[in-house]
Design a protein around this ligand. Structure first.
Ligand code: FMN
Length: 334
């Protein structure tokens, strides 16, 4: 029988670098599932998180779609909130004073319906104290150019992202859509446009019908599917993108706990975001942080960064991969 190595004497290092920024740990909370942090701060100190991604901010306030705009499905939920938010000026005056006191990384998510709107938002936020990075939401089903999401194909993605890149000094993360034929091509366009990282996935387009009324359940007819139901799709996409770009990845999609987070890190994600799970368990994110630490102790791994991209794949796949996982560098004891 293989001998188990003794448990670590030192506390494992949860700190991790993403695009030149140090995060206290790899667990963030996803846009639209944590609002601007005020409600969740009643449950635990938000400094326990690696970071917060805000609800999408647009240029003007948006009331969002009429109700019903959420619906629980098997293993997940549908939402068509419609980017309800107070708009950039109210965000800066009413939400930022609280957000900058939290002692965790702050990523502000921006959304526009034209290239110019994205550029204006990026410029306005560029020198605001307390913002560490912008997540550029080119993947909301409500944000369309010529009837398509900006991230459905590489060209519109490149156009909007390269314009945003010129508008700010802040590190930029492009949030990608799963509703595309080739997410790898869109990720490569984001890298070429100068993004410091990509985050994926946003929600998958879905629909629910009320048989009694013979009507769609959501006022918007379709919505975005999220939660555990989308996890395998997200994991396959993160794995694919990690092989096609050199910039780091924030994984999103059905991540509920430490095991989920670790699977995505093995698949190539540097950071993870917890989304829908915040609704069912407000403590999901801090518990995931603790669970990652326990895993590292148990497996005698000194630093969480060692896990990134360390998935053991079949030999032929490793040999042909442009971004080979360095298995020999991984000191996981099994
Ligand atoms: C109710 C709700 C609202 C959301 N609002 C936004 C948003 O404003 N901007 C955005 O980029 N993503 C938004 N998302 C998408 C999430 O950030 C995340 O990408 C997606 O839900 C997949 O992760 P999950 O399965 O962990 O929830 C929203 C998701 C939900 C469930």
């Amino acid at each position: 029988m293989a001998r188990r190595s003794p448990p670590l004497k030192v506390k494992p290092d949860l700190k991790i670098n993403f695009a030149g920024l140090e995060f206290a740990n790899p667990v963030l909370v996803a846009s639209g599932t944590f609002n601007y942090g005020e409600e969740m701060a009643k449950f635990y100190p938000l400094s326990k998180l690696g970071g917060i991604v805000t609800k999408s901010i647009t240029k003007k306030p948006r009331p969002g779609h009429p109700f019903p705009r959420t619906y629980e499905t098997k293993g997940g939920m549908l939402n068509a909130i419609g980017l309800a938010n107070p708009g950039i000026e109210k965000f800066l005056s009413k939400k930022m004073p609280f957000l900058r006191t939290l002692g965790t990384r702050l990523v502000v998510n921006i959304a526009g319906s034209t290239v110019e709107e994205f550029v204006e938002l990026a410029q306005r936020l560029s020198d605001v104290e307390g913002i560490d990075a912008l997540e550029v939401n080119i993947s909301c089903p409500n944000v369309k150019e010529g009837g398509l999401e900006f991230s459905a194909t590489p060209q519109p993605a490149f156009r909007v992202l390269s314009a945003v890149r010129k508008a700010t000094r802040l590190p930029l993360v492009a949030k990608l859509s799963p509703n595309t034929a080739d997410i790898g091509a869109v990720a490569r366009a984001a890298e070429e446009a100068g993004m410091e990282g990509v985050s994926l996935i946003n929600t998958l387009v879905g629909m629910a019908v009320d048989l009694k009324t013979r009507r769609p359940i959501l006022s918007n007819v379709t919505g975005g599917l999220s939660g555990p139901a989308v996890k395998p799709v997200a994991l396959a996409m993160v794995y694919k993108v990690a092989r096609q770009v050199k910039i780091p990845i924030m994984a999103i999609g059905g991540i509920c706990n430490a095991a989920d987070a670790l699977e995505f890190m093995l698949g190539g994600a540097t950071l993870v975001q917890i989304g829908t799970a915040n609704f069912t368990d407000p403590l999901a994110a801090p518990r995931a942080v603790e669970g990652i630490e326990d895993f590292l102790k148990e497996k005698n791994i000194p630093s969480v960064g060692q896990l990134v991209g360390s998935l053991r794949t079949p030999a032929e796949e490793i040999d042909s991969s442009p971004k080979r996982p360095k298995l020999d560098e991984l000191r996981v004891q099994t």
